[in-house]
Design a protein around this ligand. Structure first.
Ligand code: PEP
Ligand code: MG
Length: 587
């Protein structure tokens, strides 16, 4: 009989094949003490190993850049920063000198300390960097012990297999050959880890965070992988294999149809033109966004530059990242959101005290205005990137005109510092409407902005007093609650009145029912996460704005989000709008 296991779908695609367990653990390091006379020698050994490990990383970065591109190559640059981190160096030296530990043991202790610090944050972006820390550990310790670099040997005559491991370090992932590795499964790991980034770039389906259930996948058994849903079937039955083959064929048809549609405009059946842009969390998503037909970037979440970093990202690093996105979308808008840190995203380089209500605390624009060095670095990088394309700046969590006025002042001084003409020709500044205060006072905020982007994720939690990440109140957290629909309608009205460009970048724009409602309320521009982008473009092409306007007007007194969903779902079913080339879209 087959066995169904579930993990987190991390790299889409399907695979079927034999399992190959891999492990590249460094043996555990004994607690070895040294004599005082040996201190200098151990410190020197540590530095030699660091230099060797750095040289390996330079080589890996070079190889990866050749194979997959510059962004993927940067994975190893960030590991090099970890090895060069002054805290890591000083901490290891102190363990050797003061605790008289061998270089291996001292380095191990220092890494453990850093790991504990990182684990204090529960944010996914910080967890993503833990795998890099493990990779750094393996790299430096293998140099100290005289072992070969951790890796994955793949020969030409090897049978293609699904690689299974506790975790897969980026340096191992980059050795996976797509003609030999059909899938990647790990017990640990996160969707945003660098290994997953590499698997996606290689087109290898991946499922992570399978947990202790991984032990139930024996070496050599057949495994069926669905990298989108995260479902795994061990020793599938013939019927399950047949259904997998059907799904695989359908997936290929769907991909082909969606690729053909990528170049077509997103117009409704009654000829209303809409714009569908991409939400990007990382620059490596650029290629996928273009492939799916994104008409620019409606939200570039820039936190990837700070979360898990031990230093404020330099202006140059930020400029490179922004420019890479801007140049990928010539003539299209690229909306750079200023750092939305705080809440549940804490960079390591700032001391952010634990708060009782972090979502109501020191977050987003509040942090940027209080940290001028951080803010001005970012503004300078964004303004410089604007020389290469169509950049817009988006300010999160605004609750008052004062925050916008002060943002503009920072921007003016940025122009001054860069020797540029300030004023009307500058980078357009936008406001994220994601607090009830911003909706209520949009008329007071309008004079200070050029565009508006509706953030339904935070607006929902602040309006309904339901934490967006708390499963206990997940049922209350409903972006289609009547209170929210009324606010969405008021935002359209205010933006029309003040002639402000309006888009939606919250997750509601990735929900087919949400998009139908938003179209009915007057929204015409959507910024969508990549997993839903192509489907949303295709959906819009099957919708009629006049029908949806009537549907929204006729049901303005719906009492719950559930009622709204029922009515819109019925409309979508009746009109067959949820079908792409004969395959039904997943909601
Ligand atoms: C939002 O709040 O809707 C939004 C898009 O921002 P984030 O999800 O990054 O908070
Ligand atoms: Mg938000």
């Amino acid at each position: 009989m087959s066995l169904l296991l579930e993990g987190v779908g991390a790299s889409p695609g399907r695979a079927l094949g034999p399992v190959r367990h891999i492990s590249w653990e460094i043996p555990s390091i004994p607690h070895t003490s040294i004599a005082t006379a040996e201190v200098d020698r151990e410190i020197e050994r540590f530095h030699r190993a660091r230099a060797e490990a750095l040289a390996r990383l330079v080589e890996l970065q070079h190889e990866t850049t050749e194979l997959l591109g510059g962004f993927e190559g940067k994975v190893f640059e960030s590991q090099a920063w970890m090895i060069e981190d002054p805290d890591l160096v000083a901490g290891t030296e102190a363990y050797i000198r003061e605790n008289l530990l061998s270089a291996e043991r001292a380095f191990e202790m220092q890494l453990l300390e850093q790991r504990v610090q990182m684990m204090e944050s529960v944010h996914a972006m910080v967890m993503d960097r833990l795998a890099d820390l493990r990779d750094v550990r393996g790299n430096v310790l293998s140099c100290l012990l005289g072992h070969p670099a951790p890796g994955l040997e793949m020969s030409d005559d090897e049978e293609p297999s699904i690689v299974v491991a506790h975790d897969i370090a980026p340096s191992v992932a980059v050795r996976m050959r797509p003609d030999r590795v059909l899938g990647m499964i790990t017990a640990a790991g996160t969707r945003g880890s660098h290994s997953v980034l590499i698997a996606r770039s290689l087109g290898i389906p991946a499922v992570v965070d399978v947990g202790p259930q991984l032990a139930r996948i024996a070496d050599g058994c057949e495994l069926l992988v669905d990298g989108k849903s995260g479902r795994l079937i061990v020793d599938p039955t013939p019927a399950e294999i047949e259904s997998h083959n059907r799904a695989l064929a359908q997936l290929q048809v769907r991909r082909k149809i969606l690729a053909e549609l990528a170049a077509k405009p997103t117009e409704t059946v009654d000829g209303v033109h809409t714009v569908v842009q991409a939400n990007l969390d990382q620059p490596f998503e650029i290629d996928e966004a273009i492939r799916l037909g994104a008409e620019g970037v409606g939200l570039l979440r820039t936190e990837f530059l700070v979360i898990g970093h031990r230093e404020i990202p330099s202006e140059e690093e930020q400029f490179d990242a922004y420019r890479s996105v801007v140049e990928a979308f010539p003539g299209r808008e690229v909306t750079i959101r200023t750092f939305d840190i705080g809440g549940d995203k804490y960079p390591q380089f700032m001391s952010m005290k634990q708060e009782d209500n972090p979502y109501l605390g020191w977050r987003a624009i509040r942090v940027c205005l209080d940290e001028p060095e951080l803010f001005q670095n970012q503004l300078r990088a964004a303004v410089r990137a604007a020389d290469h394309g169509n950049v817009r700046l988006l300010v999160p969590l605004v609750t008052s005109a004062d925050e916008l006025i002060r943002t503009r002042e920072h921007l003016e001084s940025t122009y001054g510092a860069l020797g540029k003409e300030p004023g009307s020709g500058g980078v357009p500044v936008g406001l994220m409407v994601e607090t009830p205060a911003a909706v209520e006072t949009l008329d007071l905020l309008a004079p200070y902005v050029d565009f508006v982007s509706l953030g339904t994720n935070d607006l929902t939690q602040y309006v309904l007093a339901a934490d967006r990440g708390n499963p206990k109140v997940a049922e209350l957290y409903d972006p289609l609650h009547p209170a929210l629909i009324r606010l969405y309608a008021r935002v359209v009205e205010a933006c029309e009145h003040h002639h402000l460009d309006l888009s939606v970048c919250g997750e509601l724009s990735a929900d087919p029912i949400g998009v139908a409602v938003l179209l009915g309320l007057g929204y015409r521009k959507f910024s969508v996460s990549l997993s839903s982008l192509a489907e949303i473009r295709e959906l819009i092409r099957h919708l009629s704005v006049s029908d949806l306007v009537a549907l929204c007007a006729g049901n303005a007194r719906c009492e719950s989000g559930e009622d709204v969903r029922g009515i819109v779902q019925e409309y979508l079913d009746r009109t067959g709008a949820l079908k792409v080339g004969g395959t039904v879209l997943e909601g």
